[in-house]
Ligand binder design. Structure first.
Ligand SMILES: [Zn+2]
Length: 281
């Protein structure tokens, strides 16, 4: 998340590794950390990217059927990660279409949502999330009415351009022992190594890819301990898969035709990791 037209687009060789490690190696397609194997995708760095209203539309983020699958997926992840939201104040960062936020609003004591895209904030409002719980990423308040007990980064942590700054803020508005649930593509996973540039997560809006080691060590600097690792399988339809392929390869074929694809869905995971952290008290 953040403004994508920063100077990292024009000078990838000068990129600082977000993981905080010093040793790196510049290859043809990656600038890779030699300590933890997190990397900058050079193709992605050289592409301009702006979050506008086309972003959620191209991914079908506002479609009920896709939203329902995301909620079903989140429920599975809550089980796998032994995360209980009942009675808790929760915050989802980068909530996209807002369907999971809507579920969390129903299942928890209180929900907050943070987003960069105005269209997503408006859509969440339409889904019934109270206006005063929706926060624009570019205007984070100094404090919130309540401390956050559980944070959700569901395919959003890898979009943070300045994770240092964001986590400093998040910790300042967290309750003691707060939990952070992160699902993210995993650099240095088997599929990432095998598929290289064809890895489906290497797209224009994913510029920095975290390895598991890099993410764990990074959050440890914020007094957080990784307490659980799980495999975050997703329920997807062929429509969702083709939408993401079209995005990766910038195809302009008719999305309406894709709706004719079968509506069955299957569990799916290509190199994604699920990690749960607890803020030490
Ligand atoms: Zn590193």
């Amino acid at each position: 998340m953040g403004n994508r037209d920063t100077n990292i687009n024009t000078a990838p060789s000068t990129c600082v590794m977000l993981c905080g490690h010093e040793r790196k190696i510049n290859g043809k397609k990656k600038i890779e950390c030699l300590e933890c194997r997190s990397f900058w995708d050079i193709n992605s760095l050289t592409q301009q990217f702006v979050y506008d209203e086309s972003y959620p539309l191209a991914r079908g983020h506002y479609e009920d059927s896709i939203g329902n699958l995301k909620v079903r997926t989140l429920k599975k992840w809550l089980q796998l990660s032994h995360t209980v939201v009942a009675g808790k104040v929760v915050c989802e960062v980068g909530f996209g279409g807002g369907y999971c936020l809507q579920f969390l609003n129903y299942a928890s004591a209180k929900v907050y949502g943070i987003e960069i895209a105005e269209a997503n904030l408006s859509h969440a409002c339409e889904l019934g999330i109270p206006h005063d719980r929706l926060i624009n990423f570019s205007a984070l308040p100094d404090r919130l009415p309540e401390k956050i007990d559980i944070w959700f980064f569901l395919d959003s942590f890898e979009h943070l351009e300045n994770p240092d700054q964001f986590l400093s803020w998040a910790c300042s508005v967290s309750s003691p022992g707060a939990e952070f649930l992160i699902v993210s593509p995993e650099a240095d996973s088997l599929s990432e190594r095998m598929l290289a540039g064809f890895w489906p997560h290497r797209v224009a809006d994913h510029k920095f890819h975290w390895s598991r080691k890099g993410l764990i060590q990074f959050l440890e600097r914020f007094n957080m301990k990784c307490t659980l690792v799980f495999t975050p399988t997703k329920y997807v339809t062929p429509y969702v898969v083709f939408c993401h392929l079209a995005h990766k390869y910038k195809s302009t074929f008719c999305f309406n035709a894709l709706r004719l694809l079968p509506s069955w869905n299957v569990p799916f995971n290509i190199g994604e990791m699920g990690l749960k952290f607890t803020l030490k008290e």
